[in-house]
Structures are given as C-alpha cells and as structure tokens.
Design a protein around this ligand. Structure first.
Ligand code: MLT
Length: 409
C-alpha cells in the first residue's frame, strides 16, 4: 500500500471553514424552516460589476475567433495585468515595484501555501495567534512542525500573540526567526499595522536576515490614509519581503479566482553552502513547473478593475461592504459587545459576551439567531473567547442578522 504524507495526520480535525459548513448543514437539515444568515467565511455576495463583465465578455469573444484565440498563457501572468498592477497598486503610491516582480495566480490562499515549496525545512517560523489558519496548516503539511498540543499549537512554530493589551498587533519575536507571516489589514481581527509597526518588522527582518511573508489581501479596505497598503511602502522592505494580494474581496472574485504575489528581484535566500540564491528565480521556476497561469478571460476581467470605470465600481463595492461593517460595529456596541476591527477591514472581531467560549457563542448564534459566524478559537489558541463576523453580505441580511443577534444577547 502507498505511504502517505504523515504530516497530514498531525492536522487538527477539518479545515476551519468546511468544519463550520458541516455544523451549519447539520443544523439546516434538522431545522429546514430556519432562514440562516451566513457571516462566517469571508465570501463576497455582490455580483461582478459592469466594467469587469464587459471585459470578460469581450475576452470570451476573442477566444471564439481563430485569429484572437489563446492557448497557454505566460505562467507569470499576462503583461497587460502585471503592468496595470505595478502602475496602479505600487508605482502610483510611490512604490518601486516593476511588472516583472509581479506573479499573477489563481489565489493568494494557494500562493501562501505554495511559497513553502521554495524554502527549506530548517527555518524557524513565526506566526501570529490568532491567524488565518492556512499559514499554520500548510507548514504542518510541509513537515515544518511537530505535533499539536492540547490548545492546538504546533511544536516548532513561534507564536506571536495578539490580544487586547497589544491591540491585536503582536510584538516582535524574542527569539530569532527566519520566516515571518504578517497579515494586514488582519484576518481575523480586522486590525491594521501602522507605518511604525511595519518599519519595526522590516528592521527586524534586515537585522536577523529573516523573510516576511506579507499578506495584503484586504489592503483595498483601508480607509485611514496614514496606514500603508503595502509592506513595500517601507524603505528596505524589498530586501526582506514577499507580498500577497488578491482580487477576491475587492472586485468579487472569490469564485472567479485571481491574485498576485510580488517577489522583488533583489530578494535573496541562502543555499546549503551559505551562497545567495535569488528567491525571484526560484519562485519563477516553481510557477513555470507547477502552474500554467490564470485564465486569460479572468485576467482580462481583473485588468478592467484598473480602468476609470472599473476603479469607480470597485470603490462602490468596497464602500458597500464597509458600510455593513460600520453598522455591525455600531449595533454590536449598542448591544454591549466589545468590538474590534471593521474600520479598515471587512471583519469585525468581538469579545464573546458572558465569557462564553468561542464555539459556545457560535452554537448560541446558530441555534437562537440562525446566524453563522466564525469562532475565534478556530484561528488559534489566543482567539478563544472571541468571535469573527464577516461584513460580506447583503445590507438586508446584515440588518436582519444584527436584530436577531441583539435579541438573543
Ligand atoms: C476567510 O473567511 O477567512 C476567508 O474567506 C478565507 C479566504 O479568503 O481564503
């Protein structure tokens, strides 16, 4: 019989969101009359906008004609999209990132996991707690950890705790680490990192020859002009960071799939003999071998988000979801709940009432209010006693969910 990757057996139960889905399906089967409102997984609800739909239709029409049909595209992404990203997302903010440092993909969840292909198994890895579970689980799968303890923490990882006293922005590690995962605006807590905080991390990485994996999937939701959108806004970051971005949440592409990873040309790692090796070249090699590029039609749609009309429509979508987040913050606060996030991020992070555990509060909301959220403990031991609500929903659903939640508190 075939031998399996033993590391998978170290993983705790199911991946968080399928596990929530399983519990919700069981509840729905037992209570077919319940009108369940889902504010758990951060999945968009609003349809694609006209500029994107038109660009994708046009791309399909091109595919329908022999002279404009396209087969395999470049594994790194089409030039038209890489150039638009470089110009609008980086150069327009004074950040010197060029198109050839941008790798288009079919998702930043995949990219944050796949990136581990190019790193050794002897790095010391720092991860925030609470955290987007993909960073932890992919390291477990890759064999970078020992087993989990009773609280779900894996041996070998350095956990950086975010809590109310540090505003859910963890401090620098007290032991040297090689690889650091940062996510700002943060999933799940909805908090942001100031320029000073990011500058401290960049300095730490430079001093310790560490690499930062910076997940900026929610940067478009930042409203405070003082908050950086990219780690590369910090001087010196191009020597020590990789950045992940996504089209999932800003233009509604969770089902369409398109994202990007920025790997600066000057970024170096170390080979077994101590020699410098280009991370950009390794990632390019990895992508060219294991990935055939995102679809042309999808990339045409993503590029349309940078047209004047596309930008206006994207702004409309973001404002729509952030208005939901504002209502959630206001109403939950009125209900006596302590809330965090939801100002520069589409997630509201809240302290469970009456010291309920995260899963007990999940059950209370599901059973009594028929509202689904995400238990904070699913994001790590430090998330116990907290709960995440996603602002991705229709206004009517958000209003109704808030009324129902208020009535069961
Ligand atoms: C979340 O709810 O945390 C996100 O939707 C997960 C993801 O983007 O993969």
């Amino acid at each position: 019989m075939v031998h399996i990757n033993q590391n998978y057996l170290k993983l705790k139960a199911g991946y968080l969101f399928p596990e929530i889905g399983r519990r919700v399906s069981a509840f729905a089967q037992a209570h077919p009359e319940a009108k369940i409102i889902r504010m758990g997984i951060g999945d968009v609800t609003e349809p694609l906008t006209p500029a994107i739909i038109a660009a994708m239709h046009e791309a399909v029409d091109e595919m329908a004609q022999r002279q404009s049909f396209k087969g395999y595209g470049p594994e790194q992404g089409y030039g038209f999209l890489r150039e638009a990203v470089a110009a609008h997302d980086f150069q327009a903010r004074g950040v010197d990132i060029s198109a050839d440092e941008i790798f288009i993909s079919d998702g930043s969840k995949c990219d944050t996991g796949n990136i581990l292909d190019i790193f050794g198994s002897n790095n010391r890895i720092a991860i925030s707690d609470p955290v987007y579970p993909v960073y932890v689980d992919t390291n477990v799968m890759a064999g970078h950890t020992g087993p989990a303890d009773a609280s779900g923490r894996y041996e070998g990882l350095v956990y950086l705790v975010g809590n109310e006293s540090n505003g859910f922005v963890p401090e620098l590690p007290t032991v040297p680490v090689d690889l650091i995962y940062l996510c700002y605006p943060n999933n799940p807590t909805g908090t942001v990192a100031s320029r000073e905080t990011l500058a401290r991390w960049v300095q730490y990485a430079r001093d310790n020859q560490a690499l930062i994996l910076f997940d900026a999937a929610y940067e478009a939701f930042i409203s405070d002009p003082a908050i950086p959108h990219s780690i590369f806004e910090i001087e010196g970051a191009k020597d020590v960071a990789i950045e992940f971005r996504s089209f999932s949440k800003n233009i509604g592409f969770t089902g369409i799939r398109c994202a990007l990873t920025v790997v600066p040309r000057q970024l170096m790692g170390r080979g077994a003999g101590g020699e410098k090796v280009s991370i950009h070249q390794l990632w390019n090699r990895r992508q060219s071998t294991k990935f055939n590029g995102a679809s042309y039609v999808v990339q045409k749609g993503a590029a349309a988000a940078y047209s004047p009309q596309g930008r206006q429509e994207m702004r409309g979508l973001i404002d729509f979801y952030m208005n939901n987040a504002r209502l959630m913050r206001e109403e939950l606060t009125r209900a006596g709940i302590r809330v965090f996030g939801g100002v520069n991020a589409p997630y509201v992070w809240l302290k469970t009432p009456n010291s309920l555990s995260s899963w007990d509060f999940f059950d209370l909301l599901l059973n009594k209010a028929n509202v689904v959220g995400t238990p904070g403990s699913g994001f790590g031991a430090a998330g116990e006693g907290y709960f995440r609500l996603s602002a991705f929903n229709s206004l009517a659903n958000v209003q109704e969910a808030l009324q129902r939640i208020h009535s069961v508190l």
